[in-house]
Design a protein around this ligand. Structure first.
Ligand code: SF4
Length: 616
């Protein structure tokens, strides 16, 4: 570490974010390795290091002889200031080399509000922001992750997007990159070849069109051999998929400072607001022996004292109880706790909760999402008030004192009664706590209320977001209805949810807004201390774009959608049918119970439907 760098580190918060050298980090011989890639997480180190996808791809690429992968995170503003002052371009942690020296920079898109950080990082790296301004002497800039299912707002900045799961496609891309590099082919030639790989979208090979009123009217390939639609990639066998048993152990406390084992991927519960439930379909479970083998490896190689069994709904993992008991037997003696991200409000979860709390008790989290049964049926949440009360009651009897409840406001068809239902349900849970003898000093019920955001590829993708002024009125109403000891209400910033909705439903014209927003100082927008709605509105104003036209637009079924060229595997007919069932308040059961409601995914991907064997 040179003196200048040491000086800079002494000037910034959490300097360990920038040093690298962690346990299990891999530093390969630069000159002996042909392909140099860097995984770029558009947020701070502590957030990025908790992202399982980073560890999975890092492991896959570094297991190749001909490639290396290093890591880079968004530097906190104090570090960026030092870097600009000392002309230090953004660097990767392992080799401390400027990322502009790498062949490929792979951004993950986990959250629309991290988009500005991508431009901020490219700027700090002294790399031209626009894809068209970069040639073969610049790194290839690619992106993947959930937000790539509507890649259009970033189309000007990203050379190619990988749609769906990355485990296989990353190797196919690197094989092509190696071959093209040896032939010294130009960037455009590489991109033309890249679209032959399933799941790859190259925005520069498509043209967007707008009608006379400036409304998006379609996107078409500019070359006959370029695919009309890009179908997501899916890993069929998770047991065989590479999994990092020696993940890099964070050098400073990460947001999730624990081992993460993905027990299954996908969810078919069918919540109609949920994008993950569509883009990660179908359900693929790992065998219990795979999970136990991976846990043993992680305990040996990381020193963490907690194993988190992750998925979209871990209590739905068929052998969950068996696995938790086996893990407890194997590792409890070493003080290793097993945790589950959140639990469904049903009796089975209580059995689970009792198992996982044997080593250390944590608060319980349930997500009823809506305050009334009518609205829970509209969103197909599949949880009744009875389920929730029975489960929470059992939890209080078992000694739990803190319960967190997730809700949303602004959902389609929502009435004031539904909003009031949120406060009523939270107060009923509080009362249940008292009735079960929880001491008033310790009893804590937290209602966390998000604002509904209509996301692409969901049943509610055609629905507008609730207007800001109405969301604020509903938040105020909830505040006044939850003034009670032991009851806490927190809600998401409605302005932030508004901008998130704009970029979730946006087209490529939003690219110009992003550049202006960064110039105005919009970075780390996911952090409340940094998010500034006035700067955003100024950026939209300067770009001559009305954000409300994106957030508040109600689409008709026949309207072209900016993300129609991305195929999540679920048919539009199925989403339309489900939307009509939602408006009728009709629920659709989870297909793991054996009845396939025909979302179209299994036939599209030639995959056997997952059958959980009986009631879920
Ligand atoms: S095709 Fe049927 S079984 Fe397969 S994921 Fe869709 S709804 Fe479930």
């Amino acid at each position: 570490m040179n003196a200048q760098f040491e000086h800079i580190l002494s000037q910034v918060k959490k300097p360990a974010r920038y040093t690298g050298g962690e346990w299990n980090s891999i530093r390969k011989d630069w000159d002996q390795t042909e392909i140099k890639t860097v995984f770029a997480f558009p947020d701070v180190y502590e957030v990025g290091m908790s992202h399982l996808g980073l560890h999975i791809l890092y492991n896959i690429v570094n297991n190749r002889q001909d490639a290396l992968m290093e890591r880079v995170f968004a530097p906190w503003p104090d570090m960026a200031e030092q870097m600009r002052e000392h002309n230090l371009p953004l660097f990767a942690l392992e080799s401390q080399r400027p990322i502009k020296q790498f062949d490929l920079i792979a951004f993950t898109l986990q959250y629309e509000m991290s988009f500005t950080n991508i431009l901020y990082m490219l700027d700090l790296a002294d790399i031209p922001l626009l894809s068209r301004d970069r040639n073969k002497d610049h790194p290839l800039v690619i992106a993947g992750g959930p937000c790539a299912f509507n890649p259009e707002p970033l189309a000007d900045y990203i050379d190619l997007f990988a749609i769906g799961e990355g485990e296989d496609v990353i190797n196919e891309l690197l094989d092509l990159l190696l071959a093209e590099k040896q032939k010294r082919h130009k960037k455009d030639e590489f991109l033309r070849r890249a679209v032959e790989i399933n799941g790859i979208y190259v925005p520069s090979l498509y043209e967007a069109s707008y009608d006379v009123n400036g409304v998006f009217s379609g996107l078409r390939p500019t070359h006959p051999d370029v695919p009309q639609r890009i179908t997501k990639r899916v890993i069929k066998d998770l047991d065989a998929a590479p999994f990092p048993l020696k993940p890099v152990v964070p050098i400073t406390a990460a947001v999730h400072d624990r081992m993460m084992i993905e027990v299954f991927r996908g969810c078919t519960r069918g919540c109609r607001f949920c994008q993950a439930g569509i883009i990660y379909r179908p359900v693929r479970e790992k065998k219990p022996e795979t999970v136990l083998r991976q846990a043993a490896g992680l305990v040996k190689n990381t020193g963490f004292d907690e194993i988190s069994l992750t998925s979209l709904s871990s209590s739905d993992y068929t052998p969950i109880l068996q696995v938790i008991r086996a893990l407890g037997k194997e590792h409890a003696g070493r003080g290793v706790n097993v945790s589950l991200p959140s639990l469904r409000a049903d009796h089975f979860s209580m059995e689970l909760a009792k198992e996982v709390q044997k080593v250390r008790r944590s608060s319980l989290t349930f997500a009823p999402e809506a305050g009334t049964q009518r609205l829970r049926d509209v969103i197909n949440k599949g949880v009744t008030e009875g389920d929730l009360m029975e489960t929470v009651g059992a939890a209080f009897k078992e000694g739990w004192q803190a319960v967190k409840l997730y809700f949303m406001i602004g959902l389609p068809t929502e009435t004031d009664d539904d909003v009031a239902g949120i406060a009523q349900l939270a107060r009923k849970v509080l009362k249940l706590g008292r009735q079960n003898g929880v001491s008033p000093r310790r009893l804590k019920v937290t209602a966390s209320v998000a604002s509904f955001i209509p996301k692409p590829h969901t049943v509610f993708q055609w629905e507008p977001q609730e207007r800001l002024e109405n969301l604020r009125l509903k938040q105020e109403a909830l505040l006044s209805q939850t003034r009670e000891r032991g009851l806490a209400l927190n809600y998401h910033d409605a302005d932030l949810s508004f901008i998130e909705a704009v970029f979730a439903r946006g087209d490529r014209r939003l690219g110009s807004v992003l550049a202006k927003a960064v110039t105005l100082g919009c970075i780390f927008d996911g952090w409340s201390e940094h998010f500034d709605i006035d700067l955003w509105l100024e950026a939209f104003n300067q770009a001559g774009i009305d954000p409300a036209a994106y957030a508040y637009r109600r689409y008709n079924y026949e309207d072209p959608l900016p993300w129609d060229h991305i195929d999540a595997g679920v048919s539009k007919q199925y989403l339309i049918l489900e939307h009509k069932r939602a408006l009728a308040g009709t629920v659709t059961p989870d297909c793991r119970s054996g009845d396939c409601p025909g979302c179209g995914l299994c036939p599209t991907l030639e995959i056997e439907p997952f059958y959980a064997g009986g009631e879920l």
